[in-house]
Design a protein around this ligand. Structure first.
Ligand code: SAH
Length: 256
């Protein structure tokens, strides 16, 4: 307990959005520019890290390419240790901290140690991809339900996705590039039509974004032939189809 300050610092779990610095919240940008310690992971874009206070200590806990990811318990311990030593810590995470970001675990570790924690929301990949690819996740004509699932998790085949995709519904799959064949198979086994529309959005809201459209049965080939790489989202549902009726309506309006 020798290193404990009389007042602990605060931990800010901050969403960094999809990578474009313009898509940070003002709160995230302000916290970054005044931070003393920034703990970040592999998904945070270098242009966002460059906005941090030049004096800040930058600690990377995930080197994606080299696969040296710090275990989650160690990350939690690091946040708590720094805060108990009296330092405010900005914990920067891709997208939103509470969407497949383990922000919940880090917040729990802080609360358990008596460290005040604030969570700053970020634009999650699904929202960023929807906007950048102009795919409405819900649409009065095509979908009134939207679900987010993780495509790479323990026991993918045991996950119950029944009812999440289909007519009138949009399914957004995070971390699904590697498991695209199993995902397509699973959804069709659940009764989804092989000709259900799908889109793969790679590097959403970044200059190198690609939007690839196709049909569910062809999803594995779509991913392989286009050499889709992480980070990418798979969106399943009618909303991903380029609707001729919509385009025609836009054309009519444009003529008026
Ligand atoms: N907390 C993050 C998600 C982390 S999980 C969020 O809210 O967005 C990591 C997965 O997010 C990636 O495998 C990918 O599926 C998705 N992702 C993150 N950034 C992305 C981007 N710019 N474009 C497409 N998918 C992205």
């Amino acid at each position: 307990m020798a290193n404990h300050a009389s007042h602990p610092g605060r931990v800010f779990l901050v969403g960094a959005g999809p990578g474009d610095p313009d898509l940070l919240t003002l709160r995230a940008a302000r916290l970054l520019t005044s931070a003393k310690i920034v703990v970040h992971d592999g998904l945070v874009d270098p242009s966002i890290l460059a906005m941090a206070n030049p004096q800040a200590r930058m600690i990377s806990v995930a080197k994606r390419r080299a696969h040296h990811t710090m275990p989650q318990e160690d990350i939690c311990a690091l946040l708590v240790r720094e805060a108990l030593a009296g330092n405010d810590v900005v914990r920067l995470k891709g997208g939103d901290p509470l969407v497949f970001g383990r922000g919940g675990e880090e917040a729990e570790a802080c609360r358990a140690a008596g460290v005040p924690v604030e969570i700053v929301p970020g634009i999650s990949a699904a929202n960023a991809a929807g906007a950048a690819a102009q795919i409405a996740l819900t649409h009065r004509d095509h979908a009134s339900v939207v679900s987010f699932v993780a495509g790479q998790c323990k026991g993918l085949s045991d996950q119950d996705w029944s009812g999440l995709a289909g007519v009138g519904r949009t399914l957004v799959i995070y971390m699904g590039v590697k498991t695209a064949p199993q995902i397509a198979e699973k959804l069709m086994a659940d009764g989804l039509a092989p000709d259900m529309a799908v889109a793969v959005i790679e590097n959403a809201a970044r200059p190198e974004m690609r939007v690839i459209r196709g049909l569910l049965a062809g999803l594995p080939d779509l991913v392989e032939e286009n050499r889709v790489k992480s980070p990418a989202l798979i969106v399943i549902g009618e909303v991903t189809r380029e609707h001729d009726a919509d385009l025609a309506a836009i054309a009519v309006k444009a003529e008026q």
